[in-house]
Design a protein around this ligand. Structure first.
Ligand SMILES: NC(=O)c1ccc[n+]([C@@H]2O[C@H](COP(=O)([O-])OP(=O)(O)OC[C@H]3O[C@@H](n4cnc5c(N)ncnc54)[C@H](O)[C@@H]3O)[C@@H](O)[C@H]2O)c1
Length: 334
């Protein structure tokens, strides 16, 4: 029986804007695998599939490896498709950094390796957080709306970013890059992370503080935590000030969007920027809230990084090697 490699990553086959030399290389790597297998390996591209649609066991029939978008790999699903349970799935190569869409314990239990692409799209995402901070502080959308309708400014103009204090939640790859990018603004940087890196903090003049203190004292708060629960809720927002800029270019769930919405609407914080699709029922008209459809990493550089790293994991696995960025190393001992 042949093996199937399923590609669900929505931007895997995208035409890149600037046509860098590596464009299409990931697809070529997969096609080479197929060629070298003498037809034993089949590659199935289903990049048009919507990640929010639940997975079905039928679409994973004979699938050995999947290049995975953000679709949910639940315990129940993995118990039906995992190699240790009589299924065929042996590798979930996450197309990106986060892997909260995969039940890692279940994957390990059912013999499925999970890999990710650390750093692959970190700089483009940090760049997006940086620009969102400037746009919220500067009320750019509101100014744009007025000016584009032939009207002058209305309401408060812009906040300074320079010389203010920056509060970074999550000092991993992206959080640190944001600190680096914002250095030119002569900011004081405080940070919260349950796993602080004191050496990095010392080298970069960053002071770790508890989350509540960060919410109370930072002028600009940017969230880069890799977790799947809400960190900034009503309680934390209450600690902020009418001039606090709140930005979340990690995952929407990290900030309670309703709490942020009402805080901006009622003037309790300055503005909110989030890289996530916004619910239609909460109108943003006239509010200093900027949203985007999770495009932080969606540049040519970001896409290439995800394409090449996730494909390399598949190639390594198919060639009998342990993929470099294996998240659940315990699976090897199972
Ligand atoms: N918007 C986008 O397009 C986009 C692109 C890439 C990554 N991301 C998201 O950005 C986030 C950060 O990515 P990264 O590459 O820097 O990850 P990383 O693993 O390098 O760093 C994440 C950091 O978050 C910290 N953390 C974990 N739980 C926390 C908590 N409860 N509170 C505060 N900090 C916590 C970790 O200790 C770690 O230092 C991830 O959630 C990722 O999914 C978004």
């Amino acid at each position: 029986m042949g093996k199937k490699i399923l590609v669900l990553a929505t931007s895997f086959l995208d035409t890149l804007i600037t046509h860098p030399p590596e464009e299409g290389k990931a697809k070529q790597m997969l096609e080479r695998l197929k060629l070298e297998s003498g037809g034993e390996i089949e590659i199935i591209y289903r990049c048009e599939r919507k990640p929010e649609e639940p997975l079905s066991v039928e679409e994973f029939k004979d699938v050995t490896c999947v290049i995975a978008d953000l679709e949910k790999y639940s315990r129940d699903f993995l118990s039906q498709v995992g190699i240790k349970r009589g299924g065929s799935l042996e590798l979930i190569a996450r197309y990106g950094i986060g892997y909260s869409s995969v039940d890692i314990r279940a994957a390990t239990e059912f013999g499925v390796m999970v890999t990710n692409c650390p750093g692959c799209n970190a700089l483009p995402t940090a760049e997006w957080a940086h620009s969102t901070i400037l746009d919220i502080a500067g009320r750019r959308i509101l100014h744009h709306q007025r000016a584009s309708r032939g009207k002058g400014k209305e309401g408060p103009s812009r906040l300074d970013v320079s010389g203010k204090s920056l509060g970074v939640i999550g000092t991993g790859t992206i959080g640190r890059l944001v600190v680096k990018l914002m250095k030119g603004y002569e900011m004081r940087v405080i940070a919260y992370d349950p796993y602080p890196d004191r050496e990095w903090a010392k080298e970069n003049g960053v002071v770790y503080v508890p989350l509540k203190k960060l919410c109370q004292t930072a002028d600009i708060i940017t969230s880069h935590a890799a977790c799947s629960e809400t960190i900034i809720g009503e309680e934390e927002i209450k600690l902020m000030h009418p001039t606090t800029v709140l930005v979340n270019c990690a995952r929407g769930i990290l900030v309670d969007y309703k709490a942020a919405f009402y805080a901006v609407k009622e003037g309790r914080i300055w503005g909110y920027g989030v890289d996530e699709i916004w619910p239609k029922n909460l109108s943003l008209e006239g509010l200093n809230i900027i949203v985007s459809p999770h495009v932080g990493s969606d540049t040519d550089r970001g896409k290439l990084g995800m394409q090449l790293m996730s494909t390399q994991a598949v190639v390594d696995f198919m060639q009998g090697k342990v993929p470099q960025y294996l998240v659940n190393k315990e699976v090897l001992g199972k």
